[in-house]
Design a protein around this ligand. Structure first.
Ligand code: DLZ
Length: 208
């Protein structure tokens, strides 16, 4: 039986080579996050996005994703040479160890540490993993983050890809990162988010 769910391929080919993409990821549930970020980076690169045009920023948890995405977009729009190019209070330059660093399991070679204030991002991918616990935390954070990420993309006109897994169990999260514990390892949704980012980044250039 063919699959009903999932992202169907576009009829168009999208070339990521002119694009600059930021991945902003949370660090909660790191094993799953690392797999998603790794899948996302390798698909971005397979679609032509250059290492030097992939910028990675981490934040503590998913709740921090919207403000980080907003700041990353604002920082990239600051004119080159301006001292206002700070990102989350961190200096927005190549010497900052917190910028552009792939997760340890991302494998080499990772994106290079190059940051170019003044070159706007064509798309931002927000990656988080929320796993339901015994309190209402999950519901509040999921709801707030999804609405806030939508607001960031509408306010900034930069596509923000919703890479937040809202899993009811650990196994659901592992399966959706392609590292499931069963015979079928599942599917890495980070790859889909990369495809969405390239498509939206290319399309958004034409809409401006
Ligand atoms: C507090 C919390 C909890 C309980 N669960 C998660 C989670 O499953 N995934 C995630 O990304 N973050 C979680 N957090 C942390 C919050 O997102 C946030 O970092 C803190 O509440 C601080 O604002």
């Amino acid at each position: 039986m063919s699959a009903v769910k999932g992202l169907s391929p576009s009829e168009k080919q999208f070339d990521g080579s002119p694009l600059r993409v930021a991945i902003v990821h949370a660090r909660w549930n790191k094993e799953v996050i690392d797999a998603l970020v790794t899948g996302c980076i390798s698909t971005l690169k397979s679609m032509g996005v250059k290492d030097s045009n992939i910028v990675i920023q981490s934040v503590p948890g998913s709740f921090e994703l919207p403000v980080a995405c907003s700041k990353v977009i604002a920082g990239s729009r600051v004119q080159a040479g301006s001292s206002a190019g700070d990102l989350l209070g961190l200096s927005f330059n190549a010497s900052n160890p917190n910028l552009n660093k792939p997760p340890p399991s991302a494998g080499a070679p990772g994106p290079t540490v190059v940051s170019m204030p003044g070159t706007p991002f064509d798309a931002v991918i927000a990656i988080g993993v929320l796993i339901k616990g015994s309190t209402m935390h999950f519901e509040y954070i999921s709801d707030a983050v999804s609405h806030a990420l939508m607001r960031v993309q509408l306010d900034t006109n930069v596509p923000v890809i919703f890479g937040v897994l809202t899993a009811l169990t650990d196994d659901q999260a592992l399966d959706r990162a392609g590292i499931g514990r069963g015979f079928n390892k599942g599917h890495n949704h980070g790859e889909d988010w990369a495809r969405a980012a390239v498509e939206m980044g290319v399309q958004a250039k034409n809409w401006q």
